[in-house]
Design a protein around this ligand. Structure first.
Ligand code: CP
Length: 308
């Protein structure tokens, strides 16, 4: 494995290897007083965040530290980016300080891919515009497999602001690789134009989809990426596409509820649903560290897994 840029680059073998390695990481740490492995001692991971993040940034930092790597976290706010320094010069500056892997989040689709041409080390895409967020899809797949025992044949509804969602794009690619059946549920204005070529079904009636769903994955309404014309009002959106207690009751008994965070509680998901026993949102965050440990390990240890 050299880079992780896109969930679409992962074949079934590579994706399964990452999930299995994450599980091994959990097992390897479970007997230890200090939940830390010596695996990447002497290696340096740089977190390069040009867009805001809580979960992904902290999770990659925790993952690298649990593997005993040195971690440098760079946030564009307060850096020389505000003086006009380019992505390339920023990256080269950090490389000169000795980065073995660069984890990058950027508002531009393709930013992680561009970095691979300028850096010697491995590049991990931590979200590039509306394009992809591969480690989110991997941690989601890990969580589904952990809770429901498999991915193949499961019916997954991805609900909400598909148009702006890199999480949706990465999940569609990875869930398809694992043999799950994905239905996108959204208002017509939040469905991408090219969705006809995606391996999904599209539905506009959330209530009709719920009884035939094993996993419901709610997406954040990305108000910062849209203007008022996308939907009539927050109340109307919530009425038609929000997951509240009444809709939760329409799901099959074993179905689980996911959300990548950050959540708009009361908009796409009711607080009572987010905090219900059916919700695996906290598990997603915890599993994110394990999956990112696996990705960093496979990238930096020279494991011949075959991804990307
Ligand atoms: N899910 C996710 O990417 O969250 P952050 O934006 O907080 O990293």
């Amino acid at each position: 494995i050299e880079h992780l840029l896109s969930a679409a680059d992962l074949d079934l073998e590579s994706a399964t290897l990452i999930l299995d390695t994450a599980k091994e990481m959990d097992a390897a740490m479970s007997g230890r007083e200090v939940r830390k492995l010596p695996t990447l001692r002497g290696r340096t991971v740089v977190n390069l965040f040009f867009e805001d993040s809580t979960r992904t940034r902290v999770s990659f930092e925790a993952a690298a530290k649990r593997l005993s790597a040195d971690v440098v976290t760079f946030s564009a706010k307060g850096s020389s980016v505000s003086k006009g320094e380019s992505l390339k010069d920023t990256a080269l500056t950090l490389q000169a300080m000795g980065a073995d892997a660069v984890v990058v989040r950027h508002s531009a689709a393709g930013a992680a891919n561009r970095l691979t041409g300028w850096l010697d080390g491995s590049v991990v895409n931590a979200g590039d515009g509306t394009h992809e967020h591969p480690t989110q899809a991997l941690l989601d797949a890990y969580t589904i497999r952990q809770r429901l025992g498999r991915l193949e044949g499961l019916r997954v509804a991805v609900v909400g602001d598909i148009l702006h969602s890199r999480v949706a794009r990465s999940n569609v690619a990875l869930l398809n690789t694992f043999g799950a059946k994905v239905t996108l549920v959204a208002p017509p204005t939040l469905v991408p134009v090219g969705v006809g070529s995606w391996p999904v079904e599209v539905a506009y009636d959330f209530d009709a989809v719920l009884p035939h769903t094993d996993v419901v994955m709610m997406l954040r309404v990305q108000a910062e990426r849209m203007n008022a014309s996308f939907f009539p009002s927050a109340r109307e959106y919530s009425r038609r596409y929000g997951l509240d207690g009444a809709r939760l009751a329409r799901l099959p008994d074993e179905a689980i509820v996911m959300h990548p965070g950050p959540m708009n509680r009361g908009m796409e998901i009711a607080a009572s649903v987010a905090d219900s026993p059916r919700s695996v949102i906290v598990d997603q965050v915890a599993n994110g560290v394990l999956v990112r440990m696996a990705v960093l390990y496979l990238l930096l240890s020279g494991h011949k897994g075959g991804a990307a």
